[in-house]
Design a protein around this ligand. Sequence first.
Ligand SMILES: *Cc1c(COP(=O)(O)O)cnc(C)c1O
Length: 493
Amino acid sequence: MSLYTSTRKKLENITATKAILQGISEEGGLFVPASIPQIDFNLEETIHWEYKELAYRVIKLFFEDIEEKDLKYCIENAYDEKFDTQEITPLVSTKSAHFLELFHGPTIAFKDMALSILPYFMLTSKKYNKETKDIVILTATSGDTGKAALEGFANVEGTKIIVFFPEEGVSEVQKRQMVTQEGANTLVVGVKGNFDDCQTGVKEVFADKLFEKEVYEKNYKFSSANSINIGRLVPQVVYYFAAYAKLAGQGKLKVGEPMNVVVPTGNFGNILAAYYAKQMGLPIKKLICASNTNKVLFDFFEEGTYDRNRDFQLTISPSMDILISSNLERLLYHISNGDTEKVAQMMDSLKMDGKYTINETMKKNIEDFYGGYADDDMTKAYIKQIYEQEGYLMDTHTAVAYAVYDKYIKETKDETPSVIISTASPYKFTSSVMTAIDSKYQNTDDFTLLDEMHDLIKGEMPRAMDQIGTKEIKHKGVCEVNEIKNIVRSFLV
Ligand SMILES: *Cc1c(COP(=O)(O)O)cnc(C)c1O
């Protein structure tokens, strides 16, 4: 039975469903598999599997306590017509690279890969652990997570979801996506403050024991949809297998030969999933970690010191604007061979001094990672170049990955097929993408630019963007940071 433990303390007998339900361990550590499972199938077979089959075969190795019929139910409901292609994660090859497009879900960003299945895992976990309270998902968002969580949890029985976003801190498209959200169990509120204010406000609600008790008596239990939940991480392992199967199926490599992956990284969830895939037996050679100018991770891979003491930079790849990559804690656990004391110490010093350093053994264990970063100007230059030379339009996050990929290739001359993880549709960051191509778009609003972009790249306009400019606004609430708790209270009657 695959069981879970905490990164900061040895725990026993934590089942997957308990870890999903609980989200985070009591002493503040993250749940990790006590040992990473090995694949029990032949990679040759996967070439012919549909995404759902692959998802079942991979996820079941991690979530052994979920029975076959229940796991299949979760998967069936997650990867259905919400995605605009049956392939779920198409692999698109251009002259210079392969792009694994993870943006074909309801909110056109890769968070859909995990957040369309998390609600079903939560319900299953509730049932298995005899939890009778309704689950209330509380989330502060800088854009992508909020909408993906709303889509995932909308109208899911036994759950409610409340999302707080910085009133002035998200793109026009992102805001419109959230405030037009349907579903009686959803609430979206703009906060007068920046993302950190939202996040702090929400964390205070989570930490308020008295409030937790009050809410519990009303039959509710708080949970979080952010990427520290193991229920979000595991579904992300699947698409690395999908990418490999596609490369093999298209004759780009022979089964057994390696591939590289290039991942635009923020909270370190996506690339950690690639690391898990590799540990399970998928032939990945290099895990290429791409950052924007908030390059804490680049420095970490260069020097072995994680140091968040620096200015926070706002970039055109906002979903990667982050100085504390929470999921890195899981990597520390694995590369220290499960040394929970060491991880707890490092996390303490991160909290106290804003930094920590890993030892030589741990450094050796991250040799498969390669770090790189790109600033906004480079990001824009690559968007323009790849559009003009290869006819492929990347979003800003994907372009950061491309920039780092290009540097890696030039530096190493590595000829291993590389897959660039494409985390958002260009439609989601219309303004930055269009102005990268031509500065004449500078003063045009996002909604007009959607149509301009559509004219440029043709094909079908993603459903998520269709008529977004004229959709009915359902959520008009705006609040001060100190009103967050009361808003939550009045929604939970
Ligand atoms: C969340 C996000 C990322 C970063 O992913 P992590 O798992 O946090 O590293 C990159 N690109 C986009 C578009 C995102 O929404």
